[in-house]
Design a protein. Structure first.
Length: 63
């Protein structure tokens, strides 16, 4: 495993932990759906993840 791959994995894991800590399980689910949809080239999955992530981030402003 190259250093770049290892560094990339660490950054992604840190971002996932930050999303879960700051936005809770809904933020993590949105991030995972977005990542899975992007890797699988599935527009529906990535769109749902993006929408869920956007609603989670904008959630307090909507109340």
């Amino acid at each position: 495993m190259s250093v770049l791959s290892l560094l990339s994995a660490v950054v992604v894991m840190a971002f996932e932990q930050l999303a879960q800590w700051h936005y809770g399980p809904a933020g993590l689910a949105g991030l995972l759906l977005l990542a899975i949809g992007a890797r699988a080239r599935n527009a529906t999955c990535s769109s749902l993840g993006g929408i869920l992530l956007a609603l989670t981030v904008a959630g307090p402003a909507l109340h």
